[in-house]
Design a binder for this molecule. Sequence first.
Ligand SMILES: Nc1ncnc2[nH]cnc12
Length: 182
Amino acid sequence: MDFYELHLAGLVRRLPKVAISKNLSIASFVMMGDTELVERCAEKLTERLGDISLDALVCPEAKAIPLTHAMARIMKLNYVVIRKSVKGYMVGPLVETVRSITTTEEQTLVMDGSDVAKIRGRKVCLVDDVVSTGASLRSARQILDRAGAITVAQAAPLLEEGGHDGEGVTFLETLPVFPTEK
Ligand SMILES: Nc1ncnc2[nH]cnc12
């Protein structure tokens, strides 16, 4: 298997290249479970956000949850996770059907009603692990708008090349994409 050597937040990781189509391969980046990488990225990203005034962090489930938790600890904030399905234990969930611009697929995003109450009228930073096309950030902003939150910042350790232009996203490094080897 072919690998890409990622240098991020002072650490090095070997990411397996995975074909996502006949022509395109990505370097698979899964920081969830990598304690050292999560903690280091949290420190660097928090530093890079500077002294912006925030009331809470928000992330989509699932890969960005540990990073968001680590950042929230440093910033002494709580955080909200945008879920992908309604759970029986939720109280008055807010459900938003989003359609990505790049695919025609519909996706359901859900925020527990008690989480909506925490961020309504509040300033939040949206956190993800890797920003690719920007579709997932866009969808997340859609449900945040409906929840009445004010998204004042967006942050991710990696910005994948060839997708989102990075404008408005605080990031640490870019991640290349590759032609699929035949
Ligand atoms: N390179 C990547 N690795 C893991 N998840 C991703 N989502 C978008 N790009 C990704």
